[in-house]
Design a protein around this ligand. Structure first.
Ligand code: SF4
Length: 338
């Protein structure tokens, strides 16, 4: 099934449902595919005769396992569309992952990116949607006399060369073996995160727009660092902190949240642990006593959505700087590793 230039293997979904004899299924899908949710639900329901429910809560990644929220609804199988699994996470309800696979051949944009690359050994990084094109990307680099290098990553990474917005371990694994990184995919968050996590030059090639970026990534990286510096500065005088502990299965950093609370106590600050599923300005606004929040949930809450919040939202790394535990020149990208 072709949706917005992405292919979803609907036959595999239907086979999985019938093989599991699932009578009630729940579909999770990201915002970008929701315009097709009714068509998908109808098609699956017709082919399998199963009762199909669609999760309307936001779903930003495979870190969000719906199983706990669906207890009591008789769901036999969850169909998670648009992401691939995070291997270390185990769902309490059987879950089938159906990736949204890019239908764009990246060879042309990768060839266009070559003049912007530095050196010979090139680390390749991409998101789940483009993993099927890894061989094409490697071959294109080899045809231009370059040496592609692909990293394995940790237990949260399902396939070689894959990065998540919270996990750049497939890149940090190989950062000492490469001269620069080539990111194939869309948007700026991943390449900027890659540049901050590895401190190596990054070139981004977007197969959808055909745009190649390098200087723009440096500009965005500098802007993000300035934004973090400002957040850290504005938190210096705060004495009451809210530590956000994400309850989504793949965002839980309990030990780190407790460790941050100890650091704050040692520094003479007051803090409270806040269990949170879906972070938003409206939810945080009601905690009027809190002067500053620290998010141990998805790093994108603090890094990508900072402008949405009236009070500073720090990453754990930011807080270390605020408390004098980490010098600013050793600032690193916040990651959830596994
Ligand atoms: S924690 Fe955030 S960046 Fe990581 S997979 Fe989940 S939504 Fe994506």
């Amino acid at each position: 099934m072709n949706l917005n230039g992405y292919r979803i293997d609907i036959d595999r979904i239907i086979t999985s449902i019938t093989t599991a004899h699932a009578r009630t299924i729940a579909i999770q899908l990201p915002e970008g595919l929701r315009q097709h949710a009714m068509t998908l639900a109808e098609r699956i329901s017709k082919k399998t005769k199963a009762t199909v429910m669609v999760c309307a809560d936001p779903c930003y990644g495979a870190c969000d396992l719906a199983a706990d929220r669906l207890k009591g609804l008789g769901v036999d199988l969850i169909v998670h569309i648009g992401h691939i699994e995070i291997p270390v996470l185990k769902s309490a309800t059987p879950t089938v992952y159906a990736n949204a696979v890019s239908m764009r051949d990246p060879a042309k944009v990768v060839a266009a990116a070559i003049p912007k690359l530095t050196g010979i050994r090139i680390g390749i990084e991409t998101t789940a949607q483009h993993l099927g094109e890894l061989t094409t990307i490697e071959d294109t680099l080899r045809n231009h006399g370059l040496v592609p290098v692909v990293g394995r990553g940790d237990g949260r990474i399902a396939a070689m060369g894959q990065i998540l917005g919270c996990d750049f371990s497939s890149a940090t694994d190989i950062q000492d073996q490469v001269d620069c990184f080539l990111f194939v995919g869309s948007g700026m968050f991943h390449p900027v995160g890659l540049a901050l996590a590895t401190r190596k030059p990054v070139v981004a090639a977007d197969p959808y727009t055909g745009v190649v970026s390098r200087e723009e990534i440096e500009t965005e990286k500098d802007a993000l660092l300035r934004q973090r510096y400002a957040a850290i500065a504005s938190a210096q005088t705060a004495s009451r902190f809210g530590i956000i502990l994400g309850v989504k299965a793949g965002q839980q950093r309990r030990d780190q949240a407790l460790q941050l609370q100890s650091l704050l106590t040692e520094a003479g600050k007051t803090s409270m642990l806040l269990l949170l599923d879906q972070c938003s300005p409206v939810v945080l606004q009601s905690f009027a006593e809190v002067e500053c929040f620290v998010s141990t949930a998805c790093p994108r809450i603090a890094l990508d959505d900072a402008a949405l919040y009236a009070r500073p939202v720090l990453t754990p790394v930011d807080l270390e700087v605020v408390l004098g535990r980490r010098p600013w020149d050793e600032y690193v990208f916040d990651q959830i590793l596994g």
